[in-house]
Structures are given as C-alpha cells and as structure tokens.
Design a protein around this ligand. Structure first.
Ligand code: PEP
Ligand code: MG
Length: 766
C-alpha cells in the first residue's frame, strides 16, 4: 500500500484534514499518513527537514503521494526530495490535488491497495463531485466500458450515497478483478466508474434512488453480489429507524379533563437570593440543557434552536456580569433574555422576528427552574392557552393530551390548522372565562360550549356517542362520498408534512400540498431532487391518487428561512404567494421543475397561490412551460380573483378556493389577530356569495381547500353550492364523507343561506 504525506502551513489544518479522511475507511485499511505541518503546533510555516522526515515515515515500496497546501509548502517538499535518498525520492509523487478533497480521495483509493498512479489520479479528480454539483465544467472522466452484467440496488441511506458510504462502496469494488459502473436511474446520471470516489460523488444519489450496477471482468458476478450485500446493509451506515406513523389525537370535537393553564408569566416574587447565584444559574442551565436535548431528540429542529439560544456565550456573559454586579440569578436572566427577545422583535426579517417567541420560551424554561416552578405538562388534561402557535401545536403529545381550549377566536391560524390536522380536540374563542388551574373543564366544539366543572357523566356519554360516530365514519372511509341525491364529491386531504398523507383515511388524493410547510424547517432551499423525493413520498402514501402541489406560498404569516423578505407594513397585503416570484423567479423555477418531474411518475396537479390578475396567471403559465398532462389551477383567495374568475380561468383546468384567506380579505380581518377573529368567519354570507359566484362563473372544476371544507356541515353547503371537490384536514376526511353521504343537496336552501344576515344565521340554517 502506498504511503501519504501531508504538507501544510498549519498543524491544526493538517491534523483535521487527516482526521476527516481517515474517518472514511476502516482502521485496518488505512495507509500510513505522515504530517509535516507548521513550525510548531501553533506557528504557521513549512520546513523542508520536517518534510523529509515525514517522507521517511511514510515510505513504502509502492510509493508515496504528497499532498500540499499553498506556495512554500511546494518549495519545501521539492527541497526535501533533495535531502532524501535518490532511490526513495524516485518513489515520491508531489500532487497538485486539492488538499482536503484530494486527501479524502487518496486515502479511500489507497486503502484498496491501488497503485500510486491510480491514487494520484483519483486525488487529482477530487474536485469533480463538487464541480459537477455546482454546475462548473469538470475534467473529463475516464471512459466507462460496457457492462457484461447488471443488478439494481436502492440507496436506503438517509443522506443518500454521501462520502462515507460511497467510500465503502469504492473500497469494496476495487478489491475485485472487475470494472464496475454505476448509473442513477432516478436522476439519470451515470454510468460512472464505481471504483472512483470522485466519480461516485458526481452521481449525487439520494435516499430512495435506484442504482444500476454494471460489472465486467472475471469477478463480475462476485462483485455484483458483494455490492448487493453492501446496499442491503445500507452501505455500512447505521439504519435510522423512521418513527412509525404516530396515531395522533382522537379526532373528536369534544373533550374533558383537568385544565392546564399555559402562557402565564413566571413570577419572581418569592425568590430569595443566596450567596451562590452563579452556581444556581449553572445548575439550572445544565438541567434546561438536558430537557432540551430530550425534546430535540423527540421533536427536532425547534428545540435545537432553543438549545443554541441557551448556549449563546455572549448572552451568558452578560447574565454572569449582571449577577457579579449584584443581581439575583433569575432577575439577571430575565432581564438579559427579555432584552434579547425585544431585539429580535425589532429585526427586519419576519422569520427572525418570529424567533423572539423562542427566546421567550428559553427565558421561561430557565426561570421556572431557578424559582422552582414545575412545568405543567399538558398530558391527560385540557391545555388552556391565550393563542395557539404552530410550534406548540406541533410538539404536544397528541396521543395523551385531552384537548386544547384557545381563548382567542378564529379557526384559520396555523396553530389551529396544525392541531386539527393532528386530530387534537380543539375549541377556539372561549374568551376570558375564569379557569382555576387543575379544575375539570369540558368543551364541545360542535355546539361551541365550554364548561368549568361540568356534569361529567353527561360529557362522557357525549364522548362515547361521538367515538361511535367517528368509528363508523372511519370504517366507511373508503366508500365514495355520494350524496342521497346522487352527486359524488371528491374528498381529499390537506398535507403539510408527509405524515399527513400517511395518516389520511379515505382521502381521494390531496387537494393541497402546502410546500412552504413541507420545507418550513429548512435553512437552505431544498434541491429539485429533495422536492421530488418529498412529493413522491406523499403520492405513494396516498396510493398514487392525484396530489395538488401548491407552489411556495410565503409572506404574510408564513416566512421561509431560506427566502428572507423585507419588512412590510402590511405583510398580508404585500408580497405574498405568487407575487414574491415576479421579482425572484429562480426559486419558483426549481419548484416547477420538481413538480414536472414528479408528474412524469404520478398524477399531479399544480396550483398557484395568491393570484389577483390575469396577467399573473399568464406569467405563471409561461414560467410553467409545457404542461405534458399536468392539470393546472390557481387558488382563489383574493376577492378580486373571485369576482373575475371567468377571465382568469380560461386556460386553467381548475380553481381551488382558499377560504381562509378569502375570508380574511373579504371581511378585512387579519386571520392571525385574535381581536378581530370573530369577524373572520368563513360562513359569513359575503364569503359564501363569492364562492357561489366562483362556482357559477369559473367554467372549470371548482374545489375548496380552505378550512371551511373540514367542517362537515359547511362541506354539505359547499357541495350544494356546486363545489365538486373538498380538501380537508386528515382527521376530518372520514367525517366530511359521512356527512355528505347522509345529505340531500337538493334540500339545502342555498338561497336562504346566501341571503342570511350573518354567519350565525347561516349556522342556524345548517
Ligand atoms: C386558504 O387560504 O384557505 C388556504 C388553503 O391557504 P393557507 O391557509 O395555506 O393560506
Ligand atoms: Mg391561503
């Protein structure tokens, strides 16, 4: 096996690069690597004597490859060759390969006992994978020969065929007397030489991709069998068990349990400062760190951000300085983190501003530990909150919490949508009713009642009855939603995360894939491949039924971290949805490509959000290009679009009414503002009149994917108005279908509904 020498100006740099490269191969397969770097551990420089000593250490009859960093590293290495025995110098090759990528490629290739020529060639191609990925012209790859035999394997690794599994594959195939090639059947890349790490990297094979492995030569059969084995073992990576589909909440609209009050300020009133406030702080920080570690493992990114905030060195220094100056630990903590939250609130970027909520959560977690208030976990009880944010709704244990009662009215905020899609019983708009902590409370969202100290027997009887109703609806979920008077309505599911599609029962596809939610936890834009993977997973979970992918709907209350937006005075009236991309079309183009690619495999509809004018529709269609069987639509959520829908839809296949936004724009009531939430009622006759107008004038299929479609009684009304497709939150799909099957649409008095005085009167009529 050849030896390797690393010459660098920095010892730390060289050691780190060697550490990274040796990670790629098993310990017993590593070549000897000697370092000549830095004048000592901290002083930068190179020294010819040190290089010649390193050459002596790494020397091997098979040769030595020398990787170098900048300028004088090359001069020192050349000089070192004059110090060593000429016979040895003849076995040494200095390479111009990039230090890090070249070293990784060299170590992996050397570990397969490859010749000095082969290792040097691989090191020199070290940049090919990165260049290919970034679209930079690459050096010509070695020609790939025709394969005698082929097999197909699948990449199961969570992060695709990344460096380590690729290195194992390369190491394996180079041990056989065969020429092996790889082709990625999903992204069309290849064939490439499977014995070259740099070429394997150019495949960019992601999780789920199918690889065709070709081999020729005497050991063709043996190497293919070995590759199949390696692929079956996840290319040597530990298999990450995906959590089984979470059963979620009960999906009922009625609940009972002890009240758990949240959102209350932590009071420092009874705190007595001691003489070791710094020690108390450290103890609280350690416990908070452990709690957050566990939460991050179970619930992901939101708590990783909390951990980062907890460990912010600058902020901690400020807290400690304040304690040193005489403040108690909780007072110092509260003040510094309070100021930090205020600073976040003042930032221009909407996403950053929302992080103030995280700062406050971290502030309160540590404060509770410092003052000894135990955090009440809302398991088995009813969580009573002033407002419901999406992060809380997403992280509650849906299998244990009895329900959520939100003081603010309104049913279209994203926290409410998330809780409903997880099947958690929920009531909104209970107002400032006095709820003593721990008191038994109950609610029935169907009748809108919330009671403190209710007649428990009566409530439990209602729960049993609703459970029966729900069980029957679920048993019938796969039956079509054909009304008594013979109209069949398609009932689909709204999807924000793949799990929504996995959990859906009886859905005829997805009428809304919220892409900005699907990738909402990303700090960088997803690639086309990643988007295709996610869309494919949703389509597969729904058994190949059509999915309606909505292009990025950002702005307003939906910031995306990888697409920062300018601060706007009225974000809901600003650059939202499609409007954002008129200025920055690149992100939309990637998404449209991913949608077109998914559509080549499975039925896909695409729709554009927040459309107002015919000009916008024309622009979007032009960006989309050839449709090739894709059904294309727009969302109708702006009153102007509803009123002129006929002229907007001339070249479309369908329109889908977003009742959440259509309601907020019709009633001029911000969907996130609790103070005006009672106005933002989807059953307001003004909203219904617009829906009626759309059905009569669109000239194409009309769907509803706003949350009004998740209310079984409203769903019947929408069908009676002529809507042919409804997309609801998952747990409601069987109930909406059951209600439609019992309905006689001809008997719904739509004229009376449209002429009603207000939403309450509409409810009475339903
Ligand atoms: C709507 O506005 O009704 C809709 C479905 O879109 P979103 O709630 O995601 O804005
Ligand atoms: Mg909307």
């Amino acid at each position: 096996m050849i030896g390797i020498v690393v010459v660098s100006h920095s010892r730390a740099l060289a050691e780190a690069a060697v550490g990274l490269a040796t990670e790629m191969v098993a310990e017993d397969k590593r070549p000897v690597i000697a370092i000549a770097a830095g004048l000592d551990t901290t002083t930068f420089g190179t020294d010819a004597m040190a290089v010649s000593e390193a050459l002596g250490t790494a020397d091997s009859p098979d040769g030595v490859l020398v990787l170098l960093d900048l300028g004088s590293a090359v001069l020192s290495a050349e000089m070192a060759l004059e110090f060593v025995d000429p016979e040895m110098a003849a076995r040494v090759r200095l390479t111009s390969a990039p230090l890090v990528e070249g070293l990784v490629a060299a170590v992996v290739t050397a570990s397969t006992d490859a010749s000095l020529d082969a290792v040097a060639a691989e090191a020199e191609r070290g940049l090919v994978g990165k260049q290919d990925h970034l679209g930079v012209a690459t050096a010509d790859a070695a020609p790939v020969v025709e394969a005698d035999r082929t097999v197909e394997v699948v990449v199961g690794n969570e992060h695709g065929l990344h460096a380590r599994p690729a290195a194992r594959l390369v190491g394996l195939v180079n041990g056989f007397d065969a020429v092996v090639t790889l082709t990625d059947l999903d992204n069309g890349k290849g064939p490439v030489d499977a014995g070259s790490l740099s070429m394997v990297a150019t495949l960019n094979a992601q999780q789920g991709h199918r690889l065709r492995v070709g081999a020729s030569g005497v050991a063709a059969d043996a190497v293919l069998a070995a590759v199949e084995d390696l692929a079956a073992q996840n290319f040597g990576d530990a298999v990450v068990e995906k959590a089984a589909p979470s059963p979620g909440g009960s999906g009922l609209d009625v609940a009972i349990g002890p009240a758990v009050l949240a959102g209350a300020q932590v009071s420092l009133g009874d705190y007595v400062a001691g003489d070791n406030e710094l020690g108390r702080l450290d103890e609280a920080l350690a416990t908070a760190g452990e709690q957050l570690d566990e939460l991050r493992d179970n619930h992901g990114d939101i708590f990783a951000a909390h951990l980062a905030l907890l460990g912010d060195r600058k902020v901690l220094d400020d807290v400690r300085a304040s304690i040193a100056a005489g403040a108690s630990a909780p007072a110092a903590w509260k003040q510094v983190y309070g100021e930090l939250a205020t600073a976040f609130e003042g930032l221009d970027d909407e996403y950053q501003r929302e992080r103030a909520q995280d700062v406050r959560a971290v502030r309160d977690r540590v404060l509770r530990l410092l003052v000894g208030v135990t955090e009440v976990a809302p398991t088995d009880g009813i969580l009573v909150v002033p407002e419901l944010d999406a992060a809380t709704a997403a992280t509650l244990d849906a299998t244990r919490i009895a329900g959520i009662a939100v003081r603010a009215a309104g049913t279209t905020g994203h926290g409410v949508i998330v809780a409903r899609s997880r099947g958690i019983p929920l009531i909104t708009g209970i107002g400032d009713v006095d709820v003593p902590p721990g008191a038994v409370v109950s609610f029935d969202a169907r009748t809108g009642s919330f009671e403190v100290a209710p007649d428990e027997e009566r409530v439990r009887a209602t729960i049993t009855e609703r459970e029966g109703e729900r069980a029957q609806a679920i048993a019938d979920a796969d039956l079509p939603a054909t009304t008594r008077d013979g109209r069949t309505i398609d009932v689909l599911v709204n999807v924000g995360v793949v799990q929504d599609a996995v959990d859906a029962r009886g859905a005829d596809g997805s009428g809304l894939v919220r892409t900005e939610v699907l990738f909402g936890d990303r700090r960088t834009a997803p690639t086309v491949d990643e988007q295709v993977d996610a869309f494919r997973a949703i389509a597969q979970a729904l058994g190949g039924k059509p999915i309606t992918i909505r292009t990025w709907d950002i702005g307003g209350d939906k910031p995306l971290p990888f697409l920062p937006q300018d601060r706007e005075a009225n974000p809901f009236l600003g650059e939202r949805g499609l409007r954002v991309f008129r200025r920055r079309p690149e992100l939309l183009r990637d998404q449209l490509e991913a949608i077109r690619r998914t559509a080549a495999e499975t039925p896909v509809h695409v729709m554009f959000p927040m459309v107002t004018t015919a000009d916008e529709v024309a622009w979007a269609l032009q960006e989309l290009g050839p449709r090739d069987g894709l059904e294309v639509g727009i969302m109708v959520e702006v009153p102007a679009a509803a009123l002129r829908v006929g002229s907007l839809a001339t070249e479309l296949d369908f329109v889908s009414i977003g009742t959440n936004d259509l309601t907020q724009y019709t009633t001029a009531a911000d969907r996130t503002n609790a103070a005006v939430a009672p106005l933002a009622d989807g059953l307001d006759p003004a909203v219904l009149q617009l829906i009626d107008h759309v059905v009569r004038n669109a000239g194409v299929r009309v769907a509803v994917c706003g949350d009004l479609a998740s209310d079984p009684h409203a769903a019947v009304l929408l069908a009676a108005l002529g809507v042919s497709e409804l997309s609801a939150v998952g747990p409601q799909v069987p109930l909406v279908k059951a209600q439609l099957r019992q309905a006689d649409l001809g008997r719904v008095d739509t004229a009376a509904v449209l002429a009603a005085r207000d939403a309450d009167q509409v409810r009475g009529l339903l």
